[in-house]
Each structure stands twice: as structure tokens, then as C-alpha cells.
Design a protein around this ligand. Structure first.
Ligand SMILES: [Cu+2]
Length: 639
């Protein structure tokens, strides 16, 4: 998949807007993301330690988050540890090390080898694998067989996945490459060269296998992708003459009672910390940490050049580093405020620069959502009506043909919507049929078919509803026998141990996280409810190795007892990682979570049966879930 996007916005600015600078990060609070300076310091300390092998790569450098208990005990003005986590990868030796650096003392705290573990695909590999594939005579023959000049090909480098790996794969770092016809035309993703799959030994950086299942038609024409907002579309300019209605100090945001911190790391992208609500000077916690921790995208086509395609976009690629530069008037409204982030060069201090700026990587803006509540007094006709307003925290991350957008939408009524969207180019293939239907997918253009696939988004939600002691409840709606037949009721059951639960839209299934220490004015436990929006089960067989690996996608909801080191549904090292890492291991001891600090892992997803209209670019498809107060407040907080 690919290289960091260089900014060329095809749509252009709809209105002439100022491109003001974003808010540069300055480290103030314990969970603030690493600054560019801190990334450089990390590299300096590692260089000086004498532990880093010559020419090593640095697939990730990110904040080593302090233990939750330390953060909860922290108050502004007090010093808390400030540490960086860094991966160091010796490519020829296939050895991964993980280091922790004390940024204040500028000292190496630990440097540990992780035998058998692989880092995510890193920047250098996209170009190095490209060179290796081009030099391989088998791949060149495959192109020649199709009458294609090697110089006209774009190579798309992927993590190797879990299917059809060569013997001895567990001792070798692997990459795979797909071929597309570029030929000097825009966007090679429109022109797949079907039937060719290349496997690369990334330690020696040479091709070890080329699978060629035979030529199929290759589109060699440019696709007309002129975006048409249309000359008839009237200007729409959002202005806030007094500035934004939210306050932002460093990473700390407050708006209409809401408080939270906007964090970032190069793996997950935006992370929200310490989400809470304040009323009458009392701050009440709701969520300690919230992030999109993994995406899983399996393709349905039973063909050996496709069956391995099952990206784990977050953990196999460090998706967060691909934050797109957001444009006012295009990605976000013109009243948006931006945050700038920084991500490490995989070349460390040899990088130019060592810390790569991600300008306007995150945006916050308020939007008008029309009427939020309305009621009319039947006697006087008097209306109580209130317009809706939302605060959106958004970012977009580009990984190859897809762009993933994550929105956190804060509402005046205490609700929070968590949304993931997918847009971009469908992964397509050349087919011999010109105009009839296509098994396992859709014919989207003459001789081009888009295979069916699914997108699963796992969000890790570390609830702290009025404190760390919480209870998880599953609520189904059931028919209750009654004389007239009208009876139905909510059937609630406590999820008292670690494990998983399935979605059940027919039962209107939802989950409630309540405090076991606080009660509302009516004696009820204070609580927040998780309501599924769009979701889908996986349709591949249970035995499909990528689904075994992405076990989180097998069930809509998982619950674990809080642990500082459990941040990923697929574990820390999913690239060439083992099935069973992450959630299956985390819940294995079925620990008691009732009245404890619990974490909810929810998967939203959609099944993508492509349509003709989605070629060559699909409009954004959004899925997610809603969090709604359920007795958390004594009345609607906007009244
Ligand atoms: Cu899709």
C-alpha cells in the first residue's frame, strides 16, 4: 500500500479561504503527543546509547503513555514522567528491538529484543521493495507477457498477510506487491494488472516468489474523475465572527460542558483522553481513552492472488502516520481549527527531517445540525425549540487506495457519536467479461470488476463512567406475554466476566456501562449506553486465517479488565503476527470485570458489495456507534 500522501488537492478550494497555520503542539500534559523536538531527542539518545545497529530503521516512535493510575493522580503544575517508545529494526538481521527513552533525563531506560516480532511496514520498504520487484526477471516476464513495459508499472507494496506464505515465513520478514498500469496517466489504481502477485523477502530485499495466473485485460485509459460540485452549487460560507465556541489550550478542549484531550500517535492517529462532562464546577469522567485501534478489510474473491488480501490497516501499516493535510472548505468547513502533529522518519536522525511535520492533521469545528428539540404547548401554542450544534474532531488517514476518516462528534445533549468512514478507490481487477455480472463482486466498468469485501473498525473504549469502577450490562428488548399482546420490555443481563458478545439488531441489543459507585437523583446508577449503528458480521468461514488473526471481527463487542499494556485488539505486533494475540489472549482468563475498571472494544463494520457508481471513486461510507447518557445526568444537560 503506500507512500505518505503529498498534498495535491484535486477538488481545489470551493471558496477562497485563508489557509491559516495549525496549532503547533507544545508538551504540557502527560498524554500530549510527542513533539518534533521530543522525537529528535529520542533519536539522539538512541544514537548515543551505542545499542542501535548500523543502518537500523525506526518504524515508530511514540509517546510511552504513563500508567493510568499516575495520570489520574496527576494535576497541572506537577511533573510526571515523560517517555518515548521507539522500535528499532535491524533489517538484514531481522531483529526488532523496543526502546524506552526518558525524555527529561535524556537517558535510555530500556532496550529489549522482541524475538519473532515484526514491526509494521515502514516508509523505506515501499521504495526498496519497488526496486527489488522491478529488478526481478520473473516479474519482468509477467509484465512482458502482457505487453507492458516495466517502466509503466506502479507497484503497490502490502504487508504479506496470513495466506499462502512461503515455507520458513516465520523466520523472514515478508512484503507483497501488486502491479498497476501507470503509463503516465493519473491514479494507477484505476488500472490493475490482474493475475500477478509478488512476494518479497524484505530482509534480503529480493523477490522470492512471483505468482502469475495468466493475463486478463488491462485498462490502459485514463478515467475521467473531474469532481463536479457543479457550477450551480451556490457558495456556502460558515463564519463564526467571535471565533470558535470551544476553548482549546494545548491538547485540552472544552465545549458546552464537555472536556477532553486530543492526543495522537503514529499508529492509531487521533486518541481522545479523559473525556468528561463538567457541571457546576464538578468534572465527571466518562471515558479515559478512546481510539480506533484496528481496521480489518478481507476480500471475498477465492483466487490465490486475492485471498491473502486482508489488511490490518492500523497495526500492519501504522495508519496514524498517514494523516492527511485537511483543507478548509474541502475536508472541513471554513470555521475549523487545526492541530499540527509530527511523526518520526523511519531513518531516525539520518532522516531529513528526523521528525516529519503533519500540517493540519487534525481539525475541530462546530456545525449547525438543525433543530435538536422541539415541543409545543397545546394550550398556548408556545414552542420550546432548540437548534442543534455539534463539535466535531476529525482526521483522515490515507493507506493506499482507501482513505479512512474518523469523526468524534460531541452533542449538546451529552451524546457522543463515534464514526469511521471509508472513501477512495475500490480495489479492482481486470476481467475478460465486458458487460455481464461478476461472481464475488460487481462489474463496475468494461472489463473491470470490484470484488466484494468488508471493512471492520474496532474502537477501544476505556470507559470510566463516574470513576473506574463500572459494570457492563447487555440490554435486549423482548416481547412480554400480556393480555392484549402489547407488552415488551428491556431484558438486562450483567456481563460480569471478560469475553465477547454478538450484535443482535432484532433484539435492539445495546450495551450499558454504569457506575457501581455513583447514583443519580432517582437512585439509579449513572450510566452511558452504547448503541450500535451500522454493523455487519464477517461472512468468510470461521477457519479463514485472517479472520482468526483479526478475531475481534468475529464478535461485535469484547470486554476486558483494564491493563496498561493492552491497547490493541490484535496485539502489539500484528504484522506476520499470530492468531490469538490481542483480545483472545486478553480475555483468556475470563477475569471478573464487574465493579472493576473495564474496557469495551466495539467493532463497527460494513459489507461492501461495490456498485457501478463507486467506480472510480467511492463516496464516503460511514459506520460507527453512539454513546448516549442513560441516567448519567439528572436531566438533559442542554436544558
Ligand atoms: Cu470497500
Amino acid at each position: 500500500m503506500p507512500v505518505r500522501a503529498t498534498l495535491k488537492v484535486l477538488a481545489g478550494c470551493l471558496v477562497g479561504v485563508l489557509c491559516a497555520g495549525g496549532v503547533a503542539r507544545a508538551q504540557e500534559a502527560p498524554l500530549d503527543p510527542l513533539t518534533a523536538t521530543e522525537i529528535e531527542t529520542t533519536f539522539q539518545v538512541l544514537d548515543a546509547s551505542g545499542r542501535v545497529p548500523q543502518g537500523a530503521f525506526f518504524p515508530i516512535v511514540s509517546l510511552n503513555e504513563p500508567p493510568k493510575s499516575d495520570v489520574l493522580a496527576w494535576s497541572p503544575g506537577h511533573a510526571l514522567r515523560r517517555e518515548a517508545f521507539a522500535q528499532v529494526y535491524d533489517r538484514p538481521a531481522n531483529r526488532l528491538y523496543e526502546a524506552v527513552v526518558d525524555l527529561r533525563a535524556k537517558r535510555l531506560l530500556s532496550f529489549v529484543e522482541r524475538p519473532g516480532a515484526q514491526p509494521a511496514v515502514f516508509d523505506d520498504e515501499y521504495s526498496a521493495a519497488d526496486v527489488a520487484v522491478r529488478a526481478d526477471p520473473r516479474w519482468r516476464r509477467a509484465m512482458a507477457r502482457r505487453g507492458i513495459d516495466a517502466d509503466d508499472v506502479f507497484l503497490d507494496v502490502w504487508a504479506a498477510g496470513d495466506v499462502g506464505l512461503p515455507r520458513g515465513a516465520e523466520h523472514t520478514r515478508l512484503l507483497r506487491a501488486l502491479s498497476f498500469y501507470a503509463g503516465g496517466l493519473p491514479n494507477p489504481y484505476d488500472r490493475p494488472i490482474e493475475g500477478v502477485m509478488v512476494t518479497v523477502d524484505a530482509n534480503r530485499m529480493r523477490v522470492i516468489d512471483v505468482l502469475d495466473t495468466g493475463p486478463r485485460p488491462v485498462n490502459r485509459t485514463a478515467t475521467d474523475v473531474t469532481a463536479r460540485p457543479g457550477p450551480g452549487l451556490a457558495p456556502l460560507i460558515v463564519t463564526q465572527p467571535d471565533g470558535p465556541g470551544f476553548q482549546i489550550h494545548g491538547s485540552d478542549v472544552s465545549w458546552q460542558g464537555w472536556h477532553f484531550r486530543v492526543g495522537f500517535n503514529p499508529r492509531e492517529g487521533v486518541v481522545l483522553y479523559e473525556v468528561g462532562h463538567e457541571r457546576d464546577g464538578r468534572m465527571r469522567p466518562i471515558i479515559y481513552r478512546l481510539a480506533l485501534d484496528e481496521i480489518y478489510v478481507p476480500y471475498a474473491l477465492p483466487d490465490p492472488t486475492w485471498s491473502w488480501r486482508s489488511a490490518l490497516d492500523v497495526g500492519e501499516y501504522n495508519l496514524g502516520q498517514f494523516l492527511e493535510e485537511l483543507q478548509p472548505g474541502v475536508d472541513v468547513p471554513t470555521n475549523a481549527v487545526f492541530l499540527d502533529e509530527a511523526t518520526p522518519s523511519d531513518h531516525g536522525s539520518r532522516g531529513d527531517p528526523p521528525a516529519i511535520p503533519l500540517h493540519h492533521g487534525v481539525a475541530l469545528y462546530e456545525r449547525d445540525t438543525g433543530m435538536l428539540l422541539d415541543r409545543t404547548d397545546p394550550a398556548t401554542g408556545e414552542r420550546l425549540v432548540q437548534p442543534g450544534r455539534e463539535l466535531v474532531v476529525t482526521s483522515s488517514m490515507v493507506n493506499g487506495n482507501y482513505t479512512y476518516a474518523v469523526d468524534y462528534v460531541f452533542r449538546l445533549d451529552g451524546g457522543l457519536d463515534v464514526l469511521a468512514g471509508a472513501t477512495g478507490t475500490l480495489l479492482t481487477r481486470g476481467v475478460a467479461t465486458k458487460s455481464i455480472g461478476d461472481a464475488f463482486g460487481t462489474l463496475v466498468a468494461p472489463s473491470i470488476a470490484a470484488p466484494s469485501h468488508q471493512h471492520f473498525f474496532n474502537f477501544r473504549v476505556d470507559f470510566d463512567v463516574d470513576g473506574v469502577r463500572n459494570r457492563l450490562i447487555q440490554a435486549d428488548t423482548r416481547t412480554v406475554p400480556s393480555v392484549a399482546g402489547n407488552g415488551f420490555d428491556a431484558d438486562e443481563s450483567v456481563v460480569s466476566r471478560e469475553g465477547f458478545r454478538d450484535a443482535d439488531p432484532l433484539a435492539d441489543r445495546r450495551w450499558v456501562v454504569e457506575s457501581t459507585t455513583e447514583r443519580g437523583a432517582l437512585g439509579n446508577p449513572t450510566a452511558y449506553e452504547l448503541e450500535p449503528l451500522v454493523s455487519t458480521p464477517p461472512y468468510s468461514q470461521a477457519s479463514y486465517p485472517p479472520l482468526q488473526h483479526a478475531a475481534f471481527a468475529q464478535h461485535a463487542l469484547w470486554a476486558t479488565r483494564y491493563a496498561d499494556d493492552q491497547l490493541s485488539a490484535v496485539g502489539d505486533h500484528p504484522n506476520q503476527g499470530a492468531a490469538g494475540d490481542g483480545l483472545p489472549a486478553d480475555v483468556a482468563d475470563r477475569a471478573n470485570i464487574d465493579g472493576r475498571d473495564l474496557v469495551v472494544w466495539y467493532t463497527a463494520g460494513f459489507t461492501h458489495e461495490p456498485t457501478v457508481e463507486e467506480y472510480p471513486v467511492m463516496t464516503r461510507e460511514t459506520v460507527g456507534f453512539s454513546l448516549r447518557p442513560d441516567g448519567f445526568f439528572d436531566h438533559n444537560p442542554m436544558l
